[in-house]
Structures are given as structure tokens and as C-alpha cells.
Design a protein around this ligand. Structure first.
Ligand code: FAD
Length: 317
């Protein structure tokens, strides 16, 4: 079922999660171990992230350096299939522009369509570390809005080969990313919101946000979106702070603020177990405020932390 249908049919706020494929070589059991403790809360859908290749230099005989492509977390499509097969829960595979030509994107979408997957989250992806700024693949997409456009065309039965006859259209519900504290490359929030609006105008049907710890920022973001006539459902993405280190790493990684009040509480903790308790309490309060505000769904970034999400969800759902 499509995410938008889940939202439309809901009688109370939905619960959903995002998981990361395991590191290459690891077992899929870690995925099941992340999902199993959360089944009691009946996740409406599970997002599975996509991770593109990175390049590393390996020293070879004679001192030569060889540039080698590695993918740390392959398996997005296989994991989606395994989740459908094992749990009969809807999945949302993430698809990205980076590293894909339009043809490769089309083929990936055909695979997802044949698997009976109804949803995709369309993203640009980040720059690979060695490049610094995002560079699209020759013949690939520069922005998520272009990727949305391609999925919409396939939903209308337009494939890249013009001569195809009696084509079967796909039927993907398309989500996109939004940033309550703006995307780090955007010069200001309005610029970013104008681009978010473009994604919606191209056919995105809902927005999932970057994590945030200041609920007021999410509420202001939604209000700004509505003022700009961005009227699709906006789903807040939530992460639970579990270690002291995260209070300095998350702002750098995701371009977000940690509210002073939360920071002060974390600073008083002498162990990460105490930080986890603070993080859980903070997230319970955020969740309650968001439900009061009327969000359609709470979407949790699991990041290997299902036990903490369980503790939050049991107080909220
Ligand atoms: P876009 O919407 O294309 O925006 C990127 C930047 O370009 C923004 O600053 C925007 O304002 C600007 N922009 C957009 N259109 C234009 C235009 N026409 N002209 C000028 N500027 C423009 N990354 C992964 O690699 N895999 C994942 O699975 C993944 N999952 C994610 C899930 C969520 C919920 C979120 C919030 C992020 C996720 N990311 C993932 C990270 C994401 O790929 C990065 O944040 C990336 O830098 C931006 O992606 P986007 O889709 O928001 O890009």
C-alpha cells in the first residue's frame, strides 16, 4: 500500500521506521533484529536507505596506488524484498541520483515495480567524499526534482525507449526529503523551500524531514511550507540521542542544532546510559508535541537503536 493511503486511512498517528542495510559481509539478521522489537507498534512502512559507492586508494606492489570502488552497505532492494516476504509490511526503498544514469534508474525502478513495491523516497544523495561537491553521473540527474520527474513519467507509462508498445505504467507513491533547519548547501530556508516546492510540483506526494531536536523548528517549517502552498503531508523524522558524542557529531553530520536545554542535560550526565535516558525523555516529549500539532506519522531513524525507540513508542502509541 502507498504511504499516502496509509496516511489517508489512519485513525491515529502512524508509526514508521528507517533502517540502514548492514555493512557488506554482515548478515541480514541485524535487520530482523532491528525490526522485531518494534513489531508491537505495527509499523505502517519501513524505509530502507541506499548507499552509493565510495572510492579508496589501495597500495599495490611496487608502491602503486589503485583507485578502488567500494560499497559499504549494498542490499537495499534485497532487504526490501526480505521485509515484504517475512513481515508483509510495506517498504520504501530510497533511490538516489548519485552514481546512476537515467537508464540505470529506470532499470532499478523496474526491479522495484516487479517486486510489488508501491513507494520510493527520491533523493539526490550526497557528494562522494573524494569529490567534495555533488557531481551527477554523466546522463544522470542533478537534483531530486529531476528524479521525481522520471518516476512520474514511468507512472504515466513513459519509459526511456520511445518505441516500446503496450507498456505497463508503474505506480509509485513518491516521497522526498525536507529540512526544517534547511539543507546545508542552501543559502537560506526560503531558497530551500522553493526547491522543495519544485519537487512537490513535479509529483512528490509527501515529505519526510531530516532529524531535528527542536520541535518548534519543525512546526515553523510546516507553517512556512503551508504559506508557500506546499500542501502534501509532512512526516517528522526523529532520532533519539543516545551518547554524549552524538551531541557534537550529529550537528556536523546533519547540519542541525542541539537545543541548549538538551545540551545542558546531556552535559550533566556522567555515563552514556544516563544520556540515553535523557534522549529518550526528550524524544517522548517531542513525539507528544508533534502528535498534538497533528502530524500524520512519527518516523524513527533506528540506527541500531530499536530498544530506545521501543521505550519511546511504548509511551507514545
Ligand atoms: P535536493 O532536493 O536535490 O536538494 C539538494 C540541494 O540543492 C538543496 O540545497 C536544494 O535547495 C538545492 N536545489 C534543489 N533544486 C535546485 C535547483 N533547481 N537549483 C538550485 N538548487 C537546487 N542520502 C543517501 O545517499 N541515501 C539515503 O538513503 C538517504 N536518505 C535520506 C532520507 C531523508 C529523510 C533525508 C532527509 C536525507 C536522506 N539522504 C540520503 C541524504 C540526502 O541525499 C542529502 O541530504 C542530499 O545532500 C540532498 O538530497 P535531497 O534529495 O534533499 O536533494
Amino acid at each position: 500500500m502507498k504511504v499516502t493511503e496509509h496516511i489517508k486511512n489512519r485513525t491515529s498517528p502512524l508509526f514508521s521506521i528507517e533502517i540502514l542495510p548492514p555493512l557488506k559481509g554482515k548478515s541480514i539478521q541485524s535487520i530482523f533484529d532491528a525490526i522485531d522489537p518494534l513489531l508491537d507498534f505495527k509499523p505502517s512502512f519501513i524505509d530502507v536507505t541506499y548507499h552509493r559507492e565510495e572510492y579508496v586508494y589501495k597500495k599495490r606492489e611496487g608502491g602503486f596506488l589503485e583507485k578502488v570502488s567500494i560499497r559499504k552497505r549494498p542490499g537495499t532492494v534485497g532487504i526490501c524484498a526480505a521485509i515484504i516476504n517475512k513481515y508483509k509490511i510495506d517498504v520504501v526503498p530510497h533511490i538516489i541520483c548519485g552514481g546512476f544514469t537515467r537508464e540505470e534508474t529506470e532499470n532499478a525502478l523496474i526491479d522495484l515495480h516487479f517486486l510489488g513495491i508501491d513507494n520510493v523516497l527520491a533523493l539526490r544523495g550526497d557528494a562522494i567524499k573524494s569529490e567534495g561537491t555533488f557531481v551527477p553521473e554523466p546522463g544522470g540527474h542533478h537534483y531530486a526534482q529531476d528524479l521525481v520527474k522520471q518516476v512520474v513519467r514511468m507512472n504515466k507509462g513513459h519509459y526511456m525507449e520511445e518505441d516500446l508498445v503496450e507498456v505497463a505504467p508503474t505506480s509509485f507513491c513518491i516521497g522526498v526529503a525536507g529540512y526544517p533547519e534547511k539543507h546545508f548547501e542552501a543559502p537560506n530556508l526560503i531558497f530551500d523551500l522553493k526547491n522543495l516546492k519544485r519537487k512537490v510540483e513535479e509529483g512528490a506526494e509527501y515529505i519526510v524531514t531530516q532529524m531535528f531536536f527542536d520541535t518548534r523548528k519543525f512546526i515553523e517549517f510546516v507553517n512556512e511550507c503551508r504559506k508557500m502552498d506546499i500542501n502534501v503531508p509532512i512526516i517528522p523524522g526523529l532520532k533519539i540521542l543516545t551518547t554524549k558524542k552524538q551531541s557534537t557529531i550529529l550537528p556536523k553530520l546533519f547540519n542541525i542544532d542541539i537545543p541548549q536545554d538538551l545540551l545542558e542535560q546531556v552535559d550533566k550526565c556522567s555515563t552514556d546510559a544516563q544520556v540515553k535516558d535523557v534522549g529518550i525523555e526528550w524524544c517522548i516529549n517531542q513525539s507528544k508535541e508533534l502528535i498534538k500539532f497533528g502530524v500524520p506519522c512519527l518516523h524513527f531513524y533506528t540506527m541500531g537503536q530499536s530498544d530506545t525507540i521501543r521505550r519511546v513508542a511504548s509511551k507514545v502509541f
